[in-house]
Write a protein that binds this ligand. Structure first.
Ligand SMILES: NC(=O)c1ccc[n+]([C@@H]2O[C@H](COP(=O)([O-])OP(=O)(O)OC[C@H]3O[C@@H](n4cnc5c(N)ncnc54)[C@H](OP(=O)(O)O)[C@@H]3O)[C@@H](O)[C@H]2O)c1
Length: 267
């Protein structure tokens, strides 16, 4: 989303890069982007939402639209009957996965690592929350999804692949958008053959214009429907900084703040 009142900080992609298509970084009132990457913020929608959701929501859209049986587009009813597992649902992308999957009709399960994060994932709309550091998370997920999970939006493939394969249904999809923790991934070929696993890696910048356009359109529709609110009460805390404290905002991000750090460009 194109915003000029507030901008969101990300730890990566902040230098000049052909991959991001941006000639400059963040924390600017005006910027230049390729026309196909400029998306109007729907009327009446706050810049906080625009700044918070651009990358996470488009990433979540891609994670939810790469399964063998579809859907390729998200709208209410598109994921009716499906079970989605949002790994790390208190993270920015995980939060958007929960919200978009709920809007599209899925039953949503989220893993978290603490009671505070459980509260956030629930506030985002997760039907079930499982602490992946306690007890037997696979059994807890199977207890609410006995036939298995259709789509897993995965933030830490190396750490979670064993858990994912224990709860994935046959022909299910693991959509991998990050490798938090950096644990190496060891793939058991036979186990995945038997499951007909779809292991999909994804990053926005090379997803192709068709996928990005579809994501922007569907996310805009979800925003207009009020399905992607932000703020602590909706599962995504916002931490604000004025422009002259941009360095503090960066430090907050680097220190692993929960939610989004927003820089207010104009008072
Ligand atoms: N592929 C793409 O296009 C794309 C787009 C956007 C972001 N990303 C990447 O995605 C990652 C997350 O971004 P974000 O903005 O959502 O970050 P974030 O807000 O910091 O959230 C990261 C989340 O990951 C969770 N996590 C870490 N290890 C986990 C594990 N083993 N199991 C379950 N959850 C785990 C954390 O929860 P706990 O602390 O509770 O574990 C945290 O809630 C980053 O690495 C980012 O670079 C990729």
């Amino acid at each position: 989303m194109l915003t000029h009142r507030s901008t969101v900080l990300r730890p990566q992609y902040k230098s000049v890069s052909k991959d991001t298509g941006r000639p400059t970084g963040t924390a600017a009132e005006f910027t230049v982007v390729p026309a196909e990457r400029a998306v109007a913020l729907p009327d009446g929608i706050s810049f906080d939402i625009g700044a918070s959701l651009g990358v996470p929501a488009l990433t979540a859209h891609r994670a939810l639209t790469v399964a063998e049986d579809g859907p390729r587009r998200l709208r209410p009813g598109a994921l009716d009957g499906a079970v989605v597992l949002a790994a790390g649902g208190a993270g920015a992308v995980g939060h958007a996965v929960i919200q978009l999957a709920r809007w599209a009709g899925a039953t949503v399960i989220s893993t978290v690592s603490s009671p505070r994060k459980a509260k956030l994932a629930t506030a985002a709309g997760a039907h079930h929350v499982v602490n992946y550091l306690e007890g037997n998370p696979a059994a807890a997920i199977r207890a609410v999804a006995p036939d298995g999970v259709d789509i897993i939006a995965e933030v830490a493939l190396g750490a979670n692949l064993t858990l994912d394969l224990a709860v994935l249904r046959a022909r299910g999809t693991i959509s991998t958008y990050a490798d938090e923790g950096g644990k190496p991934v060891e793939v058991n070929v036979l186990q995945n053959m038997v499951l007909n696993t779809r292991l999909q890696f994804l990053v926005l910048y090379t997803a192709g214009p068709q996928a990005r356009t579809a994501a922007a359109e569907d996310v805009a529709a979800a925003i207009r429907a009020g399905a992607l609110p932000v703020g602590e009460e909706h599962g995504l805390p916002l931490v604000r900084f004025p422009l002259d404290r941009t360095a503090d905002a960066h430090r907050t991000v680097e220190n692993g703040t929960i939610g989004k750090a927003l820089v207010d460009i104009a008072p």
